[in-house]
Design a protein around this ligand. Structure first.
Ligand code: ADP
Length: 303
């Protein structure tokens, strides 16, 4: 099973080019699409979910032409949009039952079983009689996943699902998602690096409609090893370092500034080596560093 996106482009009527020649091959499992706000993630997700048109390019889910055979795709698609409305006065069980009918599960007994299993899977069975208006953000997102899973989709798309969740809810939600990747393609779009590092076996980084990097997170981290250096500065020193070094990130640390710098060798003795993590991969890609890209794509090519 494979989702193959080839040269997908989209320009909105206002002239914003949201997707530029996007090509990705997405296998079974959890796939992270990582990028800042406005990068084009939702545009790509909505296009894959057959909700909007691209200007050019193609998408195939195995033999299925996603952009042309929309009805066929919808039968095997689970989509959790960035924002979705619920009927606040209806219980979780009743609304899920209603969506199950819409999904074509008309046999009452079968439907009761499906609804019960999904409520259990999303850890909402105890809250099944509760009105959705009283659900927390995390419960609502888990309910969204229960709806998305109706009909055993092969392709599951979740758009920025952890935004607005508190840390405990986020962990519970990510654990739920991680179980789904075994039998389906799950695409998770997010601007949160940890969502990807904790969960995804493959990922792409997107910015301004363009794919900057497609990689396995662990390999991408490995290939940065020995190339990231850190130093703590005062605020006044920062501009000179930004001019003279390839600064990939800056972080405020107890009133001073921690910088990470990309370099094939130690810039000077005042820098310490960093054990890189996915955040360094992300910022290196976002900074558009040539050597970083070359190093990363070289590692990919060797795989
Ligand atoms: P993300 O999901 O990564 O935040 P989006 O796909 O929502 O990114 O947006 C990508 C770019 O397209 C942004 O510049 C956004 O302002 C623009 N955009 C999104 N939807 C529309 C639309 N319907 N009309 C015009 N511009 C849009």
């Amino acid at each position: 099973m494979e989702l193959k996106i080839s040269r997908l482009s989209k320009t909105y009527a206002n002239g914003v080019q949201a997707l530029r020649d996007v090509s990705l091959t997405i296998p079974r499992g959890m796939y992270g699409l990582l990028g800042p706000n406005g990068a084009g993630k939702s545009t790509l997700m909505r296009t894959l979910a057959t909700l909007q048109e691209a200007d050019s390019g193609s998408v195939f889910l195995d033999e299925l032409n996603v952009l042309a055979q929309k009805d066929e795709v919808r039968k095997t698609l689970g989509y959790l949009p960035q924002e979705f409305g619920v009927y606040p006065k209806v219980s979780a069980e009743d609304l899920l039952d209603h969506f199950a009918v819409l999904k074509g599960i008309i046999n009452g007994r079968e439907r009761r079983e499906v609804v019960r299993a999904l409520l259990e899977q999303t850890n909402l069975y105890e809250a099944r009689k509760k009105k959705l208006g009283g659900f927390s953000g995390g419960m609502r997102q888990r309910f969204g996943i229960a709806v998305a899973l109706l009909g055993n989709p092969r392709l599951i798309i979740v758009d920025e699902p952890t935004a607005g969740l508190d840390p405990a809810e986020r962990v519970r939600f990510l654990n739920l998602l991680s179980e789904l990747g075994e039998n389906s393609i799950v695409i998770l779009s997010t601007h949160i690096v940890e969502d990807v590092s904790e969960l995804c076996s493959r990922m792409a980084i997107i910015n301004q409609g363009e794919i900057l990097l497609e990689a396995e997170p662990l390999r991408a981290i490995d290939s940065l090893s020995g190339r990231v250096w850190k130093k703590i500065l005062t605020r006044d020193e920062l501009p000179a370092y930004e001019r003279d070094y390839r600064v990939i990130s800056t972080k405020l640390l107890a009133g001073r500034i921690l910088i990470h710098v990309h370099g094939e060798t130690q810039p000077d003795a005042s820098f310490d080596p960093v054990d890189p993590d996915l955040e360094d991969v992300y910022f290196t890609a976002m900074a558009g560093l040539r050597s970083g890209e070359a190093a990363l794509s070289g590692a990919e090519a060797a795989s």
